[in-house]
Design a protein around this ligand. Sequence first.
Ligand SMILES: Cc1cc2nc3c(=O)[nH]c(=O)nc-3n(C[C@H](O)[C@H](O)[C@H](O)COP(=O)(O)O)c2cc1C
Length: 360
Amino acid sequence: MTDAPVVNLHGYEARAAERLPRMVFDYFAGGAGDEVTLREARHAWDALAVRYRVLRDVAQVSLATTVLGAALDWPVLVAPMAFQALADPEGELATMRAATGTGSGLVLSTLATRPIEAVRAAGTAPLWFQLYVFKDRGLTAAMVARAEAAGATALVLTVDAPLLGRRERDLLNGFHVPPDTPIPNLAPEARRDLAAAPLAASALGEFTARHWDPSLSWRDLAWLQARTRLPILVKGVVRGDDARESLAHGAAGVIVSNHGGRQLDTAVATARALPEVADAMAGAGTLLVDGGVRRGTDVLKALALGAHAVLLGRPVLWGLAVDGAAGAARVLQLLRDETALAFALAGCRTPAEVTADLLA
Ligand SMILES: Cc1cc2nc3c(=O)[nH]c(=O)nc-3n(C[C@H](O)[C@H](O)[C@H](O)COP(=O)(O)O)c2cc1C
């Protein structure tokens, strides 16, 4: 281990790699197949060049914004990520504290390791619930009702995972969730399956094949809408036509995402898909993006391409692994400070001033 100061999100990844068991680090870090999409995510943000403005009086910069009614101090929410107790014993409770302390939002995964009610009570950050649709629609509807009752203010319907992507690091490591890991937002039957799945292959692959519904289609969006008063964001869209279809079926918006390169390898990078989706939506509905955001300039670029906010994934897990809630908060604060600096250096005082002409 080194004692060199950690000055950016990449540094947190390196530190986390030293601390986490290999099986867990690989589960967090890895992507599907040859991890082409995973790598491309970074290249695509890097490839965008900023046409910054000068002499705009940036003495006061405010990153504050409101997304789907959620007031955020800056346009970032923590992405839904499963099994956060594998990074820190407090799991999603620590993440909620970090989000609250940094003015960020939090999207809680279906596969969270802490009950949604406890996560809600652990902080005041805006809380959305990410939903996987199970073959058992009764179980699915019960999760939605519970999330609503617990105070989630939006649903994030993940649609890029009808089946689990082939994550070869997990296959090689025989990835499994330790049997004592709680998955309290799931019905007990489904929970048992996750712990009991064979250790030889990826237990998560077995679990999803058994429970997730690959027949999911646009019809099910109507089904879901009939069961909730919460706005629904469709997560995992990379095409304009799918974004339009989402809005036509009543979604409040979409999240341009390829699941952090964990599903279809060689899928288009989100920074490249975002302009097409923004065009297709033409200002209607809420638009978010995730995948490979590691720098304040990436947040700036996402907004310039039409996103209202960004989800941050793996770096939050690195922060949790390094120093629990404090580590996750430091990761978020680092990126927030970088974002404020990027705004100022680009001549932008507010998110509204981050317009498409900022990109070459
Ligand atoms: C360890 C891990 C677990 C994840 N679990 C979920 C999940 O339960 N539901 C979901 O919709 N997306 C899940 N994702 C995808 C993230 O929400 C997000 O799309 C992606 O990680 C963003 O990319 P980034 O990690 O490069 O920031 C997960 C990602 C990781 C790395």
